[in-house]
Design a protein around this ligand. Structure first.
Ligand code: NDP
Length: 295
């Protein structure tokens, strides 16, 4: 019998989109500015195309203009850099997003560094990450997925200050910035990764778990302290003959087991996933407000 409260990312994301919609109308009515997001997609990976399509749809739903550039797989890095440079200079664009992964012949670091920090709505620029890590500094943007995780904790009234938090995974886009954010919120943070000895024991000390690993059902019930709050970022396809697509999506956490032990948990899908896009819209709005000095 499940006892954990379900943290409903889908409905929180909807709430946030509604708030953004109101703010965008207010800005448009008072200074005539509409936020704009530019998305650059290189190559024809199906998953990337789906992500870009969803981002575009979400932009439209709140009144953000989206500008899409699609380049063939064999484009040169120089071409990508030229588009970035054009968007950097374009006053109708407030956020620039390069869909990752890039084709292997491109240098991802060069490309991400080219996005001007004022329009880095993904928050991946080293200057933004550096500021996130430093005391008394403010990043211009916080990476969307970890920001979405913290937003869920806030909106569900979960205390972070002074709590023990464990982040499983240390990627540049999720795990590492999630750990930095939790630390900024005054949690005591441990990071578990592929070389960690006895990850189960460490994770069981956590009041708050954020898992971003990419391994289906890795975090078992025995890893979870009774009453803890579990945020599952993982999105992992597993074979499922009963599904028309032949697979279904599960998280990193064994939901069945965890939902009997945790006090609250995010489902997959419908947890962190919808929050990521909502945070991208939020970052784009923040950027348009800041660039136009609109409060
Ligand atoms: P990465 O592959 O970049 O990073 C995975 C991390 O998990 C690494 O730090 C790795 O450790 C660690 N890891 C791998 N295996 C183990 C293990 N057995 N035990 C402990 N740690 C392990 O993945 P991402 O961070 O990009 O994504 C993680 C998951 O989140 C994926 O399922 C992805 O689909 C999902 N995701 C969901 C998003 C959303 O919107 N909800 C957005 C982005 C990602 P090491 O550093 O030592 O290699």
């Amino acid at each position: 019998e499940a006892s954990a409260k379900v943290i409903d990312g889908k409905s929180v994301a909807k709430e946030i989109r509604d708030e953004i919609d109101v703010e965008i109308s207010r800005m448009k009515d008072s200074i005539g500015v509409v936020p704009g997001l530019a998305v650059i997609l290189v190559g024809d990976r199906k998953d990337s195309a789906t992500y870009v399509r969803n981002k575009k749809k979400s932009c439209e739903s709140v009144g953000i203009n989206s500008y899409e550039v699609r380049l063939p797989e064999d484009s040169s890095e120089q071409e990508v850099l030229e588009h970035i440079s054009r968007f950097n200079d374009d006053p109708s664009v407030h956020g620039i997003l390069v869909q990752l992964p890039l084709p292997s012949h491109m240098n991802e670091q060069n490309v991400l560094n080219a996005v001007c920090i004022e329009k880095d709505v993904d928050g991946f620029h080293p200057l933004n990450i550096g500021r996130l890590a430093m005391r008394d500094r403010e990043p211009l943007f916080v990476p969307c997925t970890p920001k979405g995780c913290i937003e869920l904790l806030h909106r569900y009234g979960v205390d972070i200050k002074g709590q023990r938090a464990v982040v499983i995974g240390r990627s540049n886009i999720v795990g590492m910035p999630a750990a930095l954010l939790l630390q900024r919120e005054d949690a005591t943070v441990s990071i578990v990764h592929s070389r960690t000895k006895n990850p189960e024991k460490i994770t069981r000390e956590a009041d708050i778990i954020i898992s971003a690993v990419g391994q289906p059902n890795m975090v078992k019930g025995s890893w979870i302290k009774p009453g803890s709050v579990v945020i599952d970022v993982g999105i992992n396809p597993v074979e499922d003959a009963k599904s028309p697509r032949g697979y279904r999506l599960v998280g990193d956490v064994c939901y069945e087991e965890a939902s009997k032990i945790a006090s609250a948990i995010t489902p997959v899908p419908g947890g962190v996933g919808p929050m990521t896009i909502a945070m991208l819209l939020s970052n784009t709005l923040i950027s348009a407000k800041r660039i136009n000095n609109f409060k």
